[in-house]
Design a protein around this ligand. Sequence first.
Ligand SMILES: [Mg+2]
Length: 321
Amino acid sequence: MIRGGRQPDGTFVLASDEDGRRRVEAAALSWLADIRCLLLDMDGTVTLGEGALPGAVDTLEAWKAMERDRVFVTNNSSHGTGHYVRRLNRAGIPTVRREVMTSTDALKSYLSALSPDTCPTLFPLGTPDFVGELADAGYPLAAVPPDAASIRPDRTGGTGRPVDFVVLGFDTTLRYEKLDLACTLIRAGVPWIATNPDRVCPLEGGRVLPDCGAMTAFLQTCTGIPPLQVVGKPDTLMIDLLRRDRGLDARALAMAGDRIETDLEVARKAGIRCIAVLSGVSTLREIVDSGVAPDLVLDGIADLLPLLRGLSAQSPKEVRP
Ligand SMILES: [Mg+2]
């Protein structure tokens, strides 16, 4: 069900009755016609754990049938692109590689912009998938020396080569030695970059895992030095990258997600349309209180389906190119 949205004059209204829902729906149909590429958060938006959320498969199929693009955008850097492609396919959502973007892609883009002519040496704190994606992209990688006693307080850290950047992902294989070397390098003046600000990663059943934001706090508390950049949502790097690579205008993009501080905030910062879903972390009350004023608030992504049908039913001259 539609719970709220923006009116053409920009004001946010709660759709608390049938009349309110009709007004929000009419406003949404006018801008949805312009959307060529829908960016979708995964957990809490289209999937929960390993399965698709109710109605997500049909809604995404209908979107594709309208010959519009969709890209699944995740802050989770603990897995590579291939993992998400397989996971979405297993959940019944046919997906190819170009439809998935992770914060590791944003990191690689950021590093290219910082060092356009060289391939900087990195010390990665991350899972084998994260390290593998950086190695595949051609970055020379430093590793923890086999003997912790050989860690040195300089820009090599005792790894045998000067390190240009420490890069921190959502490292579910974190060990004390990696934290020790990262902090030593940062203290020696090596700049560091984190993939995402999420403090926790929610699991099915209400349990949460410590995420990259918590690990960022560890490095910053230990060294007193903040990261040069946190590249995942709500930073707009992933959206900037998509717009540049696919030549998309901001008016042709909408972001659908469940978290205020990442999904809804990145849409606001990037100046693109924002669809909030209540099937994940943030509640309607929290969204209203946050002041982010999404263009549309839905109980779940499945509530987009009647709107897409409404869009298809409009006469061709009413659907702007
Ligand atoms: Mg989410």
